[in-house]
Design a protein around this ligand. Structure first.
Ligand code: ADP
Ligand code: TRP
Length: 357
């Protein structure tokens, strides 16, 4: 609940599909944990979703499912402001204003832009990954395989989400830290250009632990929607067990204390996130003395993941069926979010010289 003396926490997740374990450990779990101690604001980034998923038939369903998963995982509308990004039109106006102070060069050098732009063009990372070569790829792209400008200005929109609420702390996964760094830079730049102290510089928020990166079980570095390797919070136990049992492994340690290959290290990372320290230690010891059986490790892991996801999955369906409740939550959330947003926007317009007759 908005309390003047509490630090402001804000974060969002794009409306691009159901939430997976990466979203849970990288973001949602932290949201739930900080609700009592901060002025918390959590939203569903539907405008950001339009940069890569412009299908109008899916967008609303995606917003709704994330909202239900937020609530099922323990976000409480009595404690936190929970809203949908597009319900706050001030964000779109501020996005236009802030863009006047953002350089296209710095946006083009952002790792996530390079990544998504290449995906949009259907090309992998070329041997020449220099900024110059990348620029040529973008400018030379044909119009039917274009990189939309919304993708380029994605970091501006994210900075606006944060700055319009004057947030101090932003809980996100590791992959979002570069965007947060840009947000700080834009805040400093605006303040110093106009000689004002309008925006605080937000910091990452991981309450103690280091930012986590949840790996995929296919031997890849990251669990993510576009990687197609997700374990979803709403996966049915059968499906979930199957996914875990199919996880990539290797032939097993041949000598005591062998180094771990990436797929095995990934299994341990997930086990550490979901299991007890005793269980993790016992499997680590079994790995070190070569007695480990990967089948046992996977079975254990599947059950530990289910312990976390089952209560959430069970609540999601009930919540999804209650349209009146969902709309009441976001209506109230939007009202609260717009209070501060309209205040910040008015200050910004004033500072930039936009006056009414
Ligand atoms: P995806 O990568 O599946 O598209 P998003 O980009 O929508 O997911 O991420 C939403 C939030 O979840 C962000 O805070 C992001 O840092 C976090 N997140 C996503 N995947 C992971 C992961 N594999 N490990 C840790 N955090 C993650
Ligand atoms: N870019 C974030 C992601 O892909 C989602 C996001 C949009 C966000 N605006 C934000 C996260 C503001 C934190 C704060 O995960």
């Amino acid at each position: 609940m908005a309390t003047p003396n509490k630090e402001i926490v804000l974060s969002g997740i794009r409306a691009t599909g159901n939430l997976h374990l990466g979203n849970y450990f990288g973001a949602l779990r932290k949201f739930v944990a900080v609700q009592d101690d901060y002025d918390c604001n959590f939203f569903i980034a539907d405008l950001h979703a339009l940069t890569t998923n412009p299908d109008p038939n899916q967008l609303h369903a995606n917003v709704k499912s994330i909202l239900a998963e937020y609530l099922a995982a323990g976000l409480d509308p009595e404690k936190s402001t929970i809203f949908v990004q597009s319900d706050v039109p001030e964000i779109s106006e501020m996005y236009l204003l802030l863009n006047m102070h953002v350089g296209i060069g710095e946006l083009m050098r952002t790792a996530s832009f390079k990544d998504k732009a290449r995906k949009a063009l259907g090309i992998g990372t070329p041997a020449d990954d220099s900024d110059e070569a990348f620029e040529k790829e973008i400018i030379g792209a044909s119009t039917n395989k274009r990189v939309n400008a919304g993708l380029l200005t994605y970091p501006t929109l994210m900075a606006v989400d944060i700055l319009i609420q004057k947030a101090n702390k932003v809980p996100v996964g590791k992959d979002q830290l570069q965007h947060l760094e840009l947000t700080r830079r834009f805040a400093r730049r605006f303040n110093s250009f106009y000689g004002v102290d309008l925006f605080p510089e937000p910091t990452d928020f991981d309450f103690g632990g280091a930012p986590v990166k949840v790996p995929g079980l296919d031997g890849s570095g990251k669990m993510g929607k576009s990687e197609g390797n997700c374990i979803y919070l709403i996966d049915d136990p059968k499906v979930l067990r199957k996914k875990v049992m199919r996880a990539m492994t290797d032939e097993g340690p041949k000598e005591p204390n062998s180094p771990m290959t990436e797929p095995i290290a990934n299994l341990f990372t997930l086990l550490e996130l979901t299991s007890t320290p005793e269980i993790v230690t016992s499997f680590r010891e079994a790995y070190a003395d070569c007695s480990i059986r990967y089948g046992d490790l996977k079975k254990q892991l599947a059950e530990d993941i289910l312990n976390i996801t089952t209560p959430i999955r069970e609540r999601v369906n009930d919540i999804l069926a209650d349209d009146a409740y969902l709309s009441q939550v976001v209506k109230r959330g939007a009202e609260k979010a717009r209070e501060r947003a309209s205040q910040t926007l008015a200050e910004m317009r004033q500072i930039m010289g936009i006056r009414k007759f």
